[in-house]
Design a protein around this ligand. Sequence first.
Ligand code: 6PG
Length: 239
Amino acid sequence: MPTIHTFPNSRQLAEQFAANFSDWLNQVPQDRKASVALSGGSTPKQLFELWGSEWAESIDWNRIHFFWGDERCVAPDDPESNFGVAHEVWLSRVAIDPSNIHRVFGESDPEVEAIRYGNEILKQVRIGSNAVPQFDMILLGMGTDGHTASIFPNQMELLTSNQVCAVATHPETGQKRITLTGTVINNAAKAVFLVTGANKAEILQQIFEKTGAYQTFPAAHIQAQENVFYLDEAAAKRS
Ligand code: 6PG
């Protein structure tokens, strides 16, 4: 069973995660940098806003190499860009060396970028004994269909792909995305889900209780070394 933290609302969730993240960073050995993959969508924006304001001076950002767990195949200045959102409210406001920011080139050809980004990860992130990159922490969200990163229910094979990154297609919009595969996500030392909203509650309950159609949800197949969920009360509600 994963560790589950529940908060009254998304603001308090973000505030507590920011504090816990700072404590977590302090226990990363000082002789190396941490590797963190960021989630996208709307949920992490409040965290990024905190990192770009109250926490801007409190974290040594250059101790971390930041990557994205998934990215929409759009230009970095597109409102849909996960990098664009993080850069606007946080990365452009803190003292971090550009070499610590590893964005996905959403503007590139998806198939070419999936290979390029995978090679960048292989170069920058520690490689586990299983020859798979091992992120120190991967932040994840969950969609209302149980997808995570950009591994959608109709592309479950991405959970066990032998690639580092893959091209995914949003099942409703057809939008192309680059996503870490489940193989890399599950090799992480710590996977942290940030999930809010009542529209996620039923799927979360099925995943935690292993009932209903839980096996059809990609998020149910995420099993890193350590798995932690930060939920607001709406998402944690049990029916
Ligand atoms: C993305 C995300 C995706 C997201 C979920 C939840 O690029 O959209 O990485 O996996 O985490 O769709 O999105 P919300 O936080 O917007 O509900």
